[in-house]
Design a protein. Structure first.
Lengths: 132, 97
């Protein structure tokens, strides 16, 4: 079962830029959905949009959700509660930095790993320094 | 034959951007095909810091630039094959991944 990623961001452009980067790395091996920004280009997160993105990917496999900032966690948790139990159990919320976590996750997912391994790769990025 | 097999090679990275994100992702995916654990060291910069070849973030943090020399060290039953395949990928300028 493949693992897809949902990118949850307050900014549509932030998520789109990360999506562009991830596509270069994954080369079409990993399904990616975005739930980012508020209505009319405003900043914000939307539980319904997150639920739709996660639900669509969960129909085809497991899902790991990455959020940009802590305040998106509440929206993501609300979104997951809205999913049917059969879909909900396939979706994991990552406690990981948005960029590094997503990069680590997409590479792990591109190997065909399961959601637990993808989640672990994303969360391991928390301890990875940029300078030495 | 034994789980203790080790293999190592030193080589230069000639890719014009070094081991940047996309080639590094190909490198990680190739390393994941082998049972052997593979470590990468940047011999030119970074004071001998090591990265796990299976971690894109660790690899990119080595700052491997064009012309830098690296050492690949594998341990595990298919260590020889792993080192050879990864060295071939680097020498091919990441065309084979």
């Amino acid at each position: 079962m493949s693992v897809g990623l949902v990118l949850v961001s307050h900014s549509a452009r932030l998520a789109e830029g990360l999506h562009e980067l991830l596509e270069q790395l994954a080369q079409d091996r990993v399904p990616i959905a975005l739930a980012a920004g508020g209505p009319d280009g405003t900043l914000g997160t939307n539980a319904l949009a997150i639920a739709e993105a996660a639900g669509a990917l969960a129909g085809a496999g497991e899902v790991v959700v990455l959020v940009d900032l802590g305040s998106a966690v509440l929206s993501a948790e609300m979104a997951l509660e809205q999913l049917e139990p059969a879909l909900r159990e396939r979706v994991r919320l990552a406690d990981a930095p948005f960029v590094e976590g997503a990069v680590a996750a997409v590479v792990e997912a591109s190997l065909g790993s399961d959601a637990a391994a993808v989640l672990a790769a994303a969360e391991a990025a928390r301890g990875q320094g940029k300078l030495s | 034959m034994s789980g203790e097999a080790r293999a190592s090679v030193e080589l230069a990275v000639e890719h014009e951007h070094g081991l940047h994100l996309r080639p590094a992702a190909d490198f990680v995916r190739l390393a994941a095909r082998y049972r052997a654990g593979v470590r990468v060291v940047n011999l030119t910069r970074g004071g001998g810091r090591e990265a796990n070849a299976r971690s894109l973030l660790e690899l990119t943090a080595l700052g491997i630039d064009s012309g830098h020399r690296i050492r690949l060290t594998a341990s595990g039953e298919d260590a020889d094959e792993a080192v050879r395949a990864l060295a071939d990928l680097v020498r091919s300028n990441f065309q084979a991944g």
